[in-house]
Each structure stands twice: as C-alpha cells, then as structure tokens.
Design a protein around this ligand. Structure first.
Ligand SMILES: [Mg+2]
Length: 266
C-alpha cells in the first residue's frame, strides 16, 4: 500500500510520536465516545439546567466553534467546576469495553522514539484508558486538560480578558446563578452571524493552534521531527498548520498497522 512505503521511508525523519488518545489508540466501536457524548448532554441538563430540547443544537454549535463542548459552555457564560464536569462525564463510561492491546504495546515499546499522549481529556480519564489498554508504561508523558489549563480550579472568572462578551442582535438569557448566557443558537439563526464575533473561551484545547503550540513547547517537541496521530480531521488540520506531520487514524489505517511499518525501519 502507498502508506507503507511512505511511513517506512519517513521513520528516520522522526524522533517523536505524538498520539491523541480517545478513538485513536482504541476503536470508536468501544462505545466510549457515544457514552461520553450522552454524559455531556446529561450534564448540561442536570447540572446546568439547560432545556433538553436545546441540547442537540447547542452541543453541536459549541463543539464546532470551540473544540469541546466544555470550552463552549464556558465561553457562552456557564460557570462550573471543571473537576466536577470531568468526573460526571467520564465517571460512568464503560471502561470495561477497553481491552489490553498487546500488539500495540509491543510495537510502541519496540520503537526507539519519544512517545507522548496529547488529549483534551483530563488526567484521570487518560490514565484509566491507558491502564485498560495495557499501555500505561509506553509513553514518556501525558499532555492533558490540566497541562494546558493549569489554573483550572477557578470557579468564577476574575480575569476581565477571560471571557470577552460581544454585543450582538442575539438575545442573552440569565441562568439560575445570575450570569448572562450568550444565546449561540440565536446568534447563528441571524442572517449574517459572521458579522458578530463569538465570545472567547478561557479553556485551551485542540483544535486551537495555541493549544498545540503550547503542548509542543511544554514537552519540548520539535514539530519538524514529530509525527502526530489523530482521529479528528480538524485536529489534523490544526496540527499541519503548526508544522507537524500527521496521520489521520481511521479504520483503514489504524495505529498498530502504521507503527508496524515504522518499526520495520529500525
Ligand atoms: Mg480522538
């Protein structure tokens, strides 16, 4: 196959492999992603008091515009404890569906390269997933939510630059706790939504180039010598923009298969 020669030839070029975690190191069919999506919706209804009828549209808009639903919820004005969010969303996932992957493990351990995890999820989730897959000792480190958001304990934004609300024709509503909530559904229902800027999020996460650049800096990664594995097209596109070579992981080109070709070069 075309990629076989490509990765064999390219192997010598790299000294670091950077891996997304969810749906990259294990298949989407595990059901983890679906359960996570449902838990996020439940959190929005049960913890933030958002009408269930709005959840689908709101979740899609937040994910599309902010990288993660969590980042979007903060941007439009919801205030909540990040650890509480993560424990709610990840606490009830079917981790038992993840099984040890000895093939991937031996391939990773056979490669004399730096190997680093880069995920938007929190550390508890990342460690649990790696442990379930039997890969907990295969990586030099984990770049996760806490790495990119080290001051995440703040419950109330006390930084005036944290969330930049912008006036628009879209209406705002007041949540039970008082802060104004930016009506992002109303915003995109306007004839020319692009004329008005969206509020910013204080959360740093993929696919923002800032998040990727920050991750590279923290781990002292040279993007010119790093191969980035991801299942998300937009994260791949952002990775390319900061100079990373990328592999879009899919059912056709899974991680063990690609690593196998790289391992053949050593
Ligand atoms: Mg992923």
């Amino acid at each position: 196959m075309e990629y076989e020669g490509r990765y064999r030839m390219a192997a010598a070029k790299y000294d670091c492999l950077l891996f997304d975690l969810d749906d990259t190191l294990y298949p989407y069919s595990s059901g983890i992603a679906a359960a996570c999506g449902q838990n996020i919706k439940d959190y929005m209804v049960e913890k933030l008091g958002i009408e269930r009828s709005k959840i689908e549209d709101l979740g899609n808009l937040l994910y599309k515009n902010y990288g993660t639903t969590m980042a979007g919820l903060r941007a439009i004005g919801y205030d909540f404890d990040y650890d509480d969010y993560h424990s709610f969303v990840h606490g009830r996932l079917p981790y038992e569906n993840l099984k040890p992957d000895p093939v991937l493990r031996s391939l990773l351990l056979s490669l004399p390269l730096r190997k680093i995890i880069f995920t938007n999820a929190d550390k508890v989730h990342a460690v649990k997933v790696l442990s379930r897959l039997g890969l907990e000792d295969c990586f030099e480190g984990i770049i996760c939510f806490e790495t990119l958001n080290p001051t995440h304990k703040n419950n109330v934004s006390d930084d005036e630059d944290d969330i930049a609300f912008v006036e628009s024709a879209a209406s705002t509503t007041t949540s039970a706790n008082g802060p104004e909530i930016f009506d992002i559904i109303g915003h995109f229902a306007q004839p020319n939504p692009s004329l008005v800027a969206l509020p910013k999020t204080p959360i740093v996460c993929k696919p923002s180039e800032l998040a990727i650049e920050k991750a590279l800096k923290i781990a002292s990664i040279n993007p010119q010598r790093t191969l980035f594995f991801e299942d998300s097209v937009r994260n791949i596109q952002a990775g390319k923009r900061v100079g990373l070579d990328t592999v879009l992981v899919s059912l056709c080109e899974d991680v063990p298969k690609i690593l196998c070709h790289i391992a053949c070069s050593y």
